[in-house]
Design a protein around this ligand. Structure first.
Ligand SMILES: [Zn+2]
Length: 292
């Protein structure tokens, strides 16, 4: 401790500086760190989402960064879930469904004078994992579905629903917004730890920060479900098939909860919300000819 002291036994250098940064000094540092965290989150106007037009607080301001991050993380995801599925027909069905949903979105956006910045970067990958029932998305357009979930689906419309839901996470930049929030909370947690001055308050602050920034929040999931409903209808599928997806997930949860549930609201609750969405989005009823 007193290695730097020229007089052993007296005049601890770090003891001296500790006096300088006692309660008062610690608080000042904590306040500065908290301010930096808050200013970098709130200090600039939100970015406009090019698809939804909504203003949002994000960590990566350029869609190119999101796309690069998704591409970078893709190989690890693929490896974690048994590699790319060996069945070329199933793989083609997944990527063709993705393309259909993207085309439908394009038409809608063109009518509103908007374009999809992720358009040419979306990739829909079927993963070989036969046991884990899951689907997920990385920022910038990487969408994945496991074979276990794919095989459990009963209709084309259900596949449209799953992929549409994952596209919703990309479109709404959910990971990116989570990152921004997580940076804010980590900053505040660090400040809290410093202000508290001991190990325990530091750990408590970190734990709270982690709880607040669980992977996708429940709100994000319901928002992604809404996109699923919207996109599948645009592409010519009956949005009620999204309810079928939830039933498939619920049945699957019989033998231990699949990962898909870990941060998701439970299926019965989601079914209720999906029914409400369909009512709200199509108050005059669904157009005829939609595929189940
Ligand atoms: Zn989701």
């Amino acid at each position: 401790m007193s290695m730097g002291s020229p007089f052993p036994g007296q005049g601890y250098n770090d003891g001296y500086s500790r006096q300088g940064s006692g309660i008062g000094g610690r608080l000042i540092i904590a306040v500065i760190i908290a301010l930096i965290a808050v200013i970098s989150y709130y200090g600039r106007p939100g970015d406009e989402n090019k698809i939804t037009g909504k203003s949002e607080r994000v960590a990566m301001h350029d869609e190119g960064e999101e796309i690069a991050m998704g591409l970078q993380a893709k190989p690890e995801m693929v490896q974690q879930f048994g590699g790319v599925d060996p069945d070329p027909r199933a793989r083609a069905q997944v990527s063709q469904m993705g393309a259909k949903l993207l085309d439908a979105l394009d038409k809608k956006l063109a009518a509103e004078g908007r374009t999809n910045p992720y358009r040419d970067h979306f990739q829909f990958t079927l993963l070989a994992d036969p046991k884990t029932i899951n689907a997920f998305a990385l920022p910038g357009g990487q969408v994945f579905i496991t074979e276990a979930l794919y095989r459990d689906l009963e209709t084309e419309g259900q596949l449209a629903g799953v992929l549409g839901h994952e596209m919703g996470h990309v479109i709404e930049r959910h990971s990116n917004k989570q990152m921004a929030k997580s940076q804010l909370f980590q900053g505040l947690a660090t400040a809290g730890g410093i202000a508290g001055g001991d190990q325990q308050s530091a750990q408590m602050s970190q734990a709270i920060a982690q709880m607040v920034t669980m992977k996708y929040g429940r709100g994000d999931e319901l928002e992604a479900d809404k996109w699923g409903v919207r996109l599948m209808e645009m592409a010519g599928y009956d949005p009620n098939s999204m309810i079928g997806v939830m039933e498939v997930l619920e049945k699957a949860s019989g033998n231990g909860p699949p990962e898909f549930f870990s941060t998701h609201p439970n299926p019965p609750h989601r079914i209720e919300e999906i029914k409400k969405d369909i009512q709200e989005q199509f108050p005059n009823g669904l157009r005829p000819g939609l595929i189940k």
